[in-house]
Design a binder for this molecule. Structure first.
Ligand SMILES: Cc1ncc(C[n+]2csc(CCOP(=O)(O)OP(=O)(O)O)c2C)c(N)n1
Ligand code: SF4
Ligand SMILES: [Mg+2]
Length: 393
């Protein structure tokens, strides 16, 4: 099935009509919609008359019924390799597809969030349907006529990412499009996830909707000029947590959102970092193979808000893991692990940590921190890791 046909099935004919640039050349959106997916991303071909072809369905057809999700405790929550052809190889520099599905956007140089979206879509392929709330990735990705997603993608109200994903998923299933042919994925910032979008996310997990929610965490409301969110770490300067001689930035600690999500008993949740990109992409791949709600929390530095060089975002995303202020972990809920409370595991357990102080001092946002405050961050790190190693290693 071509990209145009796919769009037609999802959203009706004409939505993806090529956009003419002033010169008469097809604009970016036109070129994107005309592209036929290549390689292992190509969609299974459907012909009119196929049992699964929504165009030939009539109300009352047994096959027209939306597919039913397995119950939460059903071990078949995990899709089996072979469901949708041969399993894709684990993402690496060798196996990563050349196809670009998020490009030409207006993100600042060195933006970690845009790298997270780009890498995730390479794994999910062109038939993933994306929803993005207000935030940097929607602001830089939807500049008509330069629509920067080769996938079907839409902007949602700030609070509604997970609710919109739920609606898209229900619409796709009602049309007979199978979960293994098309992942429904959201890309939301830390503010859009941990603050205003949390109730919608919690509701979707409670219903176990078959969606993948990716939070790209740049630790503040960047798109509106760097305000504190509940994922802003202690000591960070933002416009609402000023720092200088009399104030030392954010006074609160970063919310443990991964653990909050896991506490719902979600089938799969993971933390990741763009500094460990193959690990992130492998987690996206794993999430896409699991039925029910999935959540990935990826650390995605923002040079503009963090006060670092544009060539430092990936290094900082690695360093935050290496110094122990961020951790790479997975949670498999009861439906996947077969254990009543689910299981946590560390996917990286460093033998020793690099310097917290060096990590903090590289960034302008922590400039006002005193040596005592840096020492208190180290104490907090050590307490956290004592618990992580005890409970998850
Ligand atoms: C209901 C509502 N409140 C506020 C806004 C303004 N707004 C748009 S983007 C944004 C910041 C988003 O921050 P985050 O979710 O962390 O994403 P980032 O911009 O950092 O990528 C805000 C406050 C809005 N669009 N809708
Ligand atoms: S402000 Fe930060 S998150 Fe937003 S586009 Fe620029 S680098 Fe990316
Ligand atoms: Mg943010």
């Amino acid at each position: 099935m071509t990209q145009e046909r796919w769009s037609e099935v999802l959203f009706g004919a004409g939505v993806d009509a090529p956009v003419e640039a002033p010169s008469g050349e097809p604009g970016v959106a036109g070129r994107l919609s005309a592209a036929t997916p290549r390689g292992r991303h190509a969609a299974p071909e459907r012909r009119p008359g196929d049992a699964a072809d929504p165009a030939t369905r009539r109300p009352g057809d047994a096959s027209a019924a939306p597919e039913r999700r397995p119950a939460a405790a059903d071990a078949s929550a995990e899709r089996r390799p072979g469901d949708a052809g041969a399993p894709a190889p684990r993402p690496s520099a060798r196996t990563i597809p050349d196809d670009e599905l998020f490009f030409g956007h207006k993100a600042c140089a060195g933006c970690g969030g845009s790298l997270a979206v780009r890498a995730a879509l390479k794994v999910l392929g062109p038939h993933a349907v994306c929803a993005l709330p207000a935030g940097c990735m929607s602001a830089v990705g939807f500049n008509f006529p330069q629509l920067c997603f080769a996938n079907n993608a839409m902007i949602t109200p700030f609070a509604a990412t997970a609710a919109v994903l739920t609606g898209i998923e229900a619409g796709l299933r009602a049309q007979g499009i199978k979960p293994e042919d098309c992942t429904v994925v959201g890309f939301a910032g830390d503010g859009g996830t941990a603050d205003i979008g949390l109730q919608a996310l919690s509701g979707a997990i409670d219903r176990d909707d078959d969606i993948l929610y990716i939070c790209y965490d740049n630790e503040a409301y960047m798109n509106t000029g760097i305000q504190k969110s509940s994922l802003t770490p202690f000591g960070a300067k933002t416009t609402t947590t000023p720092a200088g001689r009399n104030a030392h930035g954010c006074l609160t600690q970063k919310k443990s959102l991964f653990e909050i999500v896991a506490a719902h008993g979600i089938p799969y949740a993971a933390t990741a970092s763009i500094g460990y990109l193959p690990d992130f992409m492998a987690k996206v791949q794993k999430a896409a193979s699991i039925r029910g709600t999935k959540y990935i929390h990826v650390m995605a530095p923002c040079p503009t808000g963090w006060g670092c060089g544009v060539d430092e975002a990936v290094e900082l995303a690695k360093e935050v893991v290496d110094c122990g202020l961020w951790y790479l972990a997975e949670y498999e809920g009861p439906a996947v692990s077969g254990r009543p409370g689910g299981t946590f595991s560390l996917t990286r357990n460093p033998r020793s940590f690099t310097s917290v102080e060096a990590y903090l001092r590289r960034q302008g946002r922590f400039r006002a921190l005193t040596d005592e405050e840096v020492a208190s961050v180290v104490v907090g790190r050590d307490q956290k890791w004592e618990a992580l190693r005890r409970d998850w290693a």
